[in-house]
Design a protein. Structure first.
Length: 477
């Protein structure tokens, strides 16, 4: 199957939705493609359409008014025949083709059947979001140990709590809504371990004062946790998990300033599920093979470099949302609108936002970016986190590569980055292709601050049959 439009938007989260709506308002024909079964991405994740009446998760969401407004605008675009919404389409490649782009996807709406799809347009906007960044610790590979994003996805997508007695750990404000959401569903949240200290925000008062909605939201979460008797423990981390067939307890320790456990502070807490998260890693799989220039960010990730109109260094390619730096839904929505305005301008179409509204969007984006930078500086990865690891701790779960093997590759064989460690140990060669272990291996092997993911020419698993269909479409073009 082959389809063409004026603009392809990959990713139907807040950034992609806002971009598609703005481009539609400017008269463009848009294809919006996403691997999920509904628009909204992870932030506005909902139960499947057939289950929404039985599973109510609206109370777990924020800014639903924005979601509904964007959804209505997308529906209007479909009704007018100017929006092609392609859900359950897994994009595995995006390449330059002539003066435009060819996006290759697999239609998985009727699993196990797969249909090869090629989407073409002169302009491409990538809004593929981010995923949980993980740091390994002894026992993190036990059943029942999840990412905090995974816990929230179960709640929002199915109204399911992963356990009845849960401990959360890591760093960043995302721990708070997950803890509050679990408590709303009757879960006993026995600990929220925050590696940073709230006083770190005092070094960055400007962005906090410039975004009053953020601290109001934080105060709301604090009140919710207080009502449920949930305590946030600063400068504390989950340094181990124990169990047999699944996790049964965690080891919690107070941290020194460098992130190493303080002697004599470790204690054991019984749990039946764990959620851990150390921020997020931008999803750059489509942008790196296209040749888009990357830049470093304050949270230690490489992100795609964009100008003030969200243009990447590849002509005709734009990016918005977490791929440009992790900063939350309001920032993503603003960036999506700016990117679509640039698409309209570069296409010779009339602008949609108008000068005053465009200025407000730019101001909002600037404030949200400043807050995101401050958040990254206030919630860094602890420098000495690797002191939690034993040589037997599994770092790459897919290939069962241990911390000892990674250290040996670095000290004994001279590996100096995660790519060389991969060649020597197979860390990153498994099913996830390094998405889970890559940031951790990078920290163990390299002194460079920014983690740059490996280039993946195939962004998602695809069958040989589907690949054969792609060849047919290429030959017939």
């Amino acid at each position: 199957m082959s389809e063409s439009a004026d603009l392809i938007v990959v990713g139907a989260g807040p950034a992609g939705m806002a971009a598609a709506v703005t481009a539609l308002a400017g008269g463009l024909r848009v294809i919006l493609v996403d691997s999920g079964t509904a628009v909204g991405g992870q932030f506005w994740r909902h139960p499947p359409e057939h289950a929404r009446s039985a599973i109510r998760t609206e109370d777990l969401h924020h800014k639903l008014r924005d979601y509904h407004a964007l959804s209505r605008a997308l529906s209007a675009g479909r009704a007018k025949g100017r929006l092609g919404l392609r859900l359950a389409h897994h994009v595995w490649s995006a390449v330059r083709e002539g003066d435009g782009f060819a996006v290759r996807a697999v239609d998985r709406r009727e699993v196990p059947e797969e249909t090869a799809v090629v989407l073409r347009a002169p302009r491409l906007l990538v809004a593929t979001g981010a995923y949980d960044r993980q740091l390994p610790f002894p026992g993190w590979d036990l059943p029942g140990v999840l990412t905090v994003g995974g816990l929230q996805a179960l709640l929002k997508g199915g109204g399911v709590a992963a356990g009845s007695r849960v401990a959360l750990g890591g760093t960043g404000p995302f721990l708070l809504p997950v803890a509050a959401g679990l408590a709303k569903r009757g879960v006993e949240v026995v600990a929220v371990c925050e590696a940073a200290h709230p006083l770190a925000w005092l070094r960055h008062p400007g962005p906090l004062l410039g975004n009053p909605g953020k601290w109001v939201e934080g105060a709301r979460y604090a009140a919710a946790l207080a009502r449920h008797g949930i305590r946030v423990r600063p400068r504390t981390a989950i340094v181990g998990a124990e169990g047999g067939d699944r996790v049964t307890s965690v080891r919690i320790a107070s941290l020194a300033h460098d992130g190493s456990p303080r002697p004599g502070t470790e204690r054991r807490v019984e749990v039946d599920a764990v959620g851990v998260g150390w921020g997020f890693t931008p999803q750059l799989d489509l942008l790196i093979p296209l040749g888009c220039e990357l830049t470093g960010s304050e949270d230690g990730n490489a992100v795609v470099a964009v100008d003030d109109g969200q243009r990447t260094t590849v002509p005709g390619c734009y990016a918005a949302g977490e791929a440009c730096g992790v900063g939350g839904a309001p920032l993503a929505v603003g960036e999506g609108r700016l990117a679509a305005e640039s698409v309209l301008a570069d296409s010779g179409a009339a602008p949609v936002l108008g000068k005053k509204r465009l200025a407000r969007v730019r101001a909002t984006v600037a404030r949200q970016r400043a807050f995101a930078r401050a958040m990254s500086l206030a919630h860094p990865i602890p420098p000495a986190w690797s002191s939690w690891l034993t040589d037997e701790t599994v770092v790459c779960r897919c290939e069962e590569v241990t911390a000892g093997a990674v250290r040996a590759a670095c000290t004994g064989s001279g590996a100096c980055d995660h790519r060389q460690v991969k060649q020597l140990t197979r860390a990153g060669m498994g099913w996830c292709q390094g998405r889970m272990c890559g940031p951790a291996v990078h920290c163990l092997a390299s002194q460079e601050r920014a983690y740059v993911p490996a280039e993946r020419l195939v962004a998602t698993p695809v069958t040989l049959g589907a690949l054969g269909d792609f060849e047919k479409y290429s030959e017939n073009r």
